[in-house]
Design a protein around this ligand. Structure first.
Ligand SMILES: [Zn+2]
Ligand SMILES: [Zn+2]
Length: 348
């Protein structure tokens, strides 16, 4: 017996959201049924709902920043119990056999993981995400949300949090390192909080100083604009740049702000090809790199770290009626810093 669940659905590319119901699969032996409390709105939800990244699967229920409480478990579930506070991020299954999966880097599954929405399960049926009141997910892809983070501010950690935590850890942000965060949006504000908590000296490079007070409050040591003069002044400064913006950047000017062996990591996804001169790398053994979310083990590590350091997302909670408007505001960078849908408002 499938489970009928209220959801917010967009029927076609760019169409307004509608309240309806969807079917979730019957609880299997290793499945967890999760009552969703909050679902964050990620910019990638908008790209996919508006079909800006190639063909999408419609009708679509976006949402891969999911926080809630376990309400039922299959007979074989050992990792989670009824009543546990849990989260689900960007994928709900993977092949479990490839080198990436065996290394706990399921985000890079060589056969392609099963994304939380706009994807298909092994049997071909479409996946539906977090803009709904319940979801069924295999226990191995469900994260524990520690006490000490409330569910609303935890939800955005499942995508925005791990997207910034993973490269900060991979490239060794910590005491004695200097990290620049480019952009102060949904990703950037969490990058600042996490990099600061890791012990790094943090500089925000934003296109204006309008969020400077926030940035300093989140733990930034310096807050600058990314104009040419500033970038010239900052030459040779940073060990790591986390670039969270998807706009075109003067990549050479940013690369030259890196110190010896520094790395510039892209976590945003610019539409256009970005250009740089090889001289900007070889002059100081610099690297240019990319990173995408994180594996299950590291996502759990991130949640535990955030709980320990009192880190949650800065959020604006909205109802199901506000999602279309919220999408326009995200595109206009008019949110501080993440919209979170209260899923109790979804049932018609
Ligand atoms: Zn996302
Ligand atoms: Zn795999």
């Amino acid at each position: 017996m499938t489970i009928t669940v209220p959801a917010l659905v967009t029927p076609s590319a760019g169409a307004a959201f509608e309240r309806t119901t969807i079917e979730r699969r019957e609880l299997g032996e290793h499945d967890v049924l999760l009552d969703i409390a909050y679902a964050g709105i990620c910019h990638s939800d908008i790209h996919q709902a508006r079909e800006e990244w190639g063909a999408s699967i419609f009708p679509m229920v976006p949402g891969h920043e999911i926080a809630g409480v376990v309400s039922a478990v299959g007979a074989g579930v050992t990792k989670h119990s009824v009543g546990d506070r849990v989260g689900v991020g960007c994928f709900v299954d993977s092949c479990r056999e490839c080198r990436s999966c065996l290394a706990g880097e399921e985000q890079f599954c060589e056969r392609g993981n099963v994304a939380t929405y706009n994807s298909r399960y092994a049997d071909g049926s479409p996946t539906y995400g977090g803009y709904s009141t319940q979801i069924v997910v295999d226990e191995s892809y469900v994260l524990a949300i520690p006490d000490g983070i409330s569910l609303d501010v935890a939800a955005p950690l499942l995508c925005a949090g791990i997207t910034t935590y993973s490269p900060l850890r991979h490239w060794g942000a910590g005491p004695g390192t200097k990290v620049a965060v480019v952009g102060m949006g949904g990703l950037g504000h969490l990058a600042v909080k996490i990099a600061h908590a890791l012990g790094a000296e943090v500089t925000v490079l934003s296109h204006t100083l309008s969020k400077k007070d926030d940035g300093l409050r989140f733990g930034a040591d310096h807050y600058e604009t990314g104009d040419r003069d500033t970038l010239r002044r900052l030459r040779g400064s940073f060990d790591l740049i986390i670039n969270t913006v998807s706009a075109d950047l003067p990549v050479d000017a940013y690369l030259r702000t890196l110190a010896l062996d520094g790395t510039m990591v892209f976590v945003g996804a610019p539409e256009n090809k970005q250009q740089f001169a090889v001289f900007s790398l070889i002059g100081a053994r610099r690297s240019i790199a990319g990173s995408n979310i994180g594996g299950i083990r590291e996502t759990q590590e991130m949640l535990d770290f955030c709980a320990q350091h009192g880190i949650g997302a800065e959020i604006e909670t909205i109802t199901a009626d506000d999602v279309d408007k919220a999408y326009d505001r995200v595109v206009g960078s008019d949110v501080r810093y993440r919209f979170v849908i209260d899923t109790a408002t979804i049932p018609a």
